[in-house]
Design a protein around this ligand. Structure first.
Ligand code: KG4
Ligand code: ZN
Length: 341
């Protein structure tokens, strides 16, 4: 069964063809990063206008790259939430039009579940590495959540952020330190090879599996202000070095909290493995530290191109989550604040 997955919830216009939830025949992503860069963050109206321009060429390319025609598609999957309203509307409307004109079933997919099912797209499926249940860490620009996945379609929320998402905190810290946008990759690059003596706080929240990243964000803002580093203008070499040290300490703090809470969730639930998804899980230090902390327990994390927003994860999620319960009607609406469980 070949599903076309469409993703336009944020600043990536993406489409992919995935067969039976596993094995992407194509995966096309048009990033808007350069358009939003001058503003240091996503401008919602620019995002939705760009989706409008890119969505049809991206879908055409995904179908062509898969070596199939529109007539070979068996279903249309699309992110209907969570995300930016204007961005979601573009994907959902195109998906509805295609479903109607090609007389195909339409599947509305939860973007966050997409990040989890990205682990099924390539290579051996998670069940081949460990039996259910899994602890899932979803860390992206808008969400930081820990879930227990007992089986397909069976998720329980264990913890979530009480303020900023991990990616949001990385994006803000990079902006404060004048390192550019998007912040996650910028901080990873700036911190590379830096041995930092700086210390940043960690919010452990008394053993709770919830997260809080606003404190560490304020800490980096205060340090940068005191050191005259704000916005990265006219800095000396020594100040550049200090900015990289603060970036390294910030990354350490975020990674330390994500790893410790994920492993605590495994201990609490007796899960047999960890699935990681979302843009922040592309972070190399996070991947490395999670594997070390797991001490042999399988850590399942897709390649960085499947960790960030993409259409393949949406097609895979539709296969495992939506198909067993049936398609949505053409009255499918967007839900910008959709939750995962
Ligand atoms: O999942 P995603 O592509 O979009 C959302 O659903 O939000 O995640 C985007 C977030 C951004 O905050 C970005 O800075 C972060 O993921 N990110 C990273 C890395 N690559 C992307 N954070 C840390 N390290 C990375 N290598
Ligand atoms: Zn995402």
């Amino acid at each position: 069964m070949k599903i076309l997955g469409i993703e336009t919830s944020c600043d990536e216009t993406a489409a992919a063809i995935v067969e039976d939830g596993r094995g992407a025949l194509s995966n096309v992503i048009a990033s808007q990063v350069d358009l939003h860069k001058p503003y240091g963050g996503i401008v919602p109206e620019i995002a939705s206008r760009e989706h409008l321009l890119k969505i049809i060429p991206v879908i055409k390319e995904a179908v062509n790259n898969a070596g199939i025609g529109l007539k070979d598609i068996d279903g249309i999957a699309v992110t209907y939430g969570p995300g930016l309203a204007g961005s979601l509307l573009v994907g959902v409307n195109v998906a509805k039009s295609l479903a109607m004109s090609l007389e195909l079933p339409l599947y509305g997919v939860n973007h966050l579940k997409g990040h989890i099912y990205a682990a099924w797209v390539m290579g051996d499926p998670p069940e081949a590495k460990a039996a259910f249940p899994f602890v899932c860490l979803v860390a992206s620009g808008g969400h930081t959540e820990l879930l227990l996945m007992r089986n397909y379609r069976d998720f329980t929320l264990l913890g979530q952020t009480r303020d900023d998402a991990a990616g949001e905190a990385l994006d803000k810290a990079a902006r404060i330190l004048g390192l550019g946008y998007p912040g996650g990759p910028a901080i990873q690059k700036a911190a590379d090879g830096v041995c930092s003596k700086e210390q940043m706080p960690r919010a452990w929240l008394r053993g709770s599996l919830d997260f809080s990243f606003s404190g560490v964000k304020t800490a980096v803002l205060n340090k940068a202000r005191n050191l005259g580093l704000l916005e990265g203008k006219n800095r000396t070499e020594a100040q550049e070095k200090t900015a990289r040290e603060l970036a390294a300490a910030f990354q350490e703090s975020i990674v330390d909290v994500l790893v410790n809470k994920t492993i605590a969730a495994v201990k609490k639930t007796g899960a047999h493995g960890v699935i990681m998804g979302g843009g922040v899980t592309a972070n190399l230090l996070l991947r490395e530290r999670m594997i070390i902390a797991a001490d042999g327990l399988p850590i399942i994390v897709p390649s960085p191109s499947l960790s960030v927003d993409n259409g393949a994860m949406i097609a895979a999620a539709a296969y495992f989550e939506n198909i067993p319960v049936g398609p949505d009607g053409l009255n499918l609406d967007i839900v910008p604040s959709l939750s995962i469980a």
